[in-house]
Ligand binder design. Sequence first.
Ligand code: SF4
Length: 343
Amino acid sequence: MNIDAYNESILNCRFCFMCRHLSAIGNVRHTEADTPRVRAAMLYGLRTGTNSFDDSDFVDALYRQDLSACCVRHCVNHFDENGLALAARADVVEAGKAPEAVAALAKQLAATSSWKAEGKGGLAWFLDATTASDKAAVATAKKLFAAAKVAPKVVTGGCIGKALKVLGFLPEAKTAAEKFAAFLKEAGVKTLVVSNPAAYDALVRDYADFGVKLPCKVLHVTQWILGAKLKFAKKPGAVYPIADDFLRNYDNLDAPEKLLKALGAECRPFGTNDEESYNCGEGAVVLDRLHPELVGDLARYVAARADDPKKDTLAVGSVYAKRALAKAGLKAVTFEELAASCL
Ligand code: SF4
């Protein structure tokens, strides 16, 4: 089973409650089944025969997880309870026990895996479907590219494998990754700038895990902005930076912090600690499609921790988080929107 690679996490997490406060879903549902300890205990039970994927409550708990990877980051031994959860989902799918809604979503996503490129040259910008659905985010990127006097190819299209992997559909995710890598090669892309942190993580980590070789260098948009040495005419003032699930917890990328520093942002600490995720399930990529009610609860949990929910500006990594937080009345902008506002 895929979970066998996470034996240490199963054996250790099942007796540990140290990171329960970082389990975002546990914090809004107030349920032990939504903590790393009980998930690990349930998976231990799967191996000893006292639990089974026939138990829909168990499978539903696996598909409720926010997958922020906060627990792994802050665990003193860095036991990978997040990787364990992803492996467990893959085992659910391999056992043919994926919930109907999950299987239907995966089928829809796999059908979107095709792309087109418009423009010339080796520099390209991946305008993924989530970012493309936010007009302000699209206008922002175009403004930044114009300020840098570059006109990248714009690559648009569907799932490059990330959401499929997160749902546990590994062969389908690998197929999408192979197709996207071949597409980039055919399109002559040498450097790919990526706005969506989930897509960035797919390209720099998942593709390597799948053994899929990319023909190009991959930059998150914050890295590209820093390298473009843009001239900023003004400072953004006070902002509350929200650490991104993928960029911080999965990829350990410090470009967002460096960008905020380069902009001269007056950074204020958000909430009660800098360990938990305030991204409303961004790490689970499609949690807003499977459980919109939970994403609403997560956003209200974040809003309750804002100093002044109506006025504070939260700087986030993804359109996913921006949209979820906006529904709870919060003013969130992406890191690149903040940069563009300073030009
Ligand atoms: S990830 Fe670390 S802190 Fe969290 S339950 Fe496992 S062992 Fe405990």
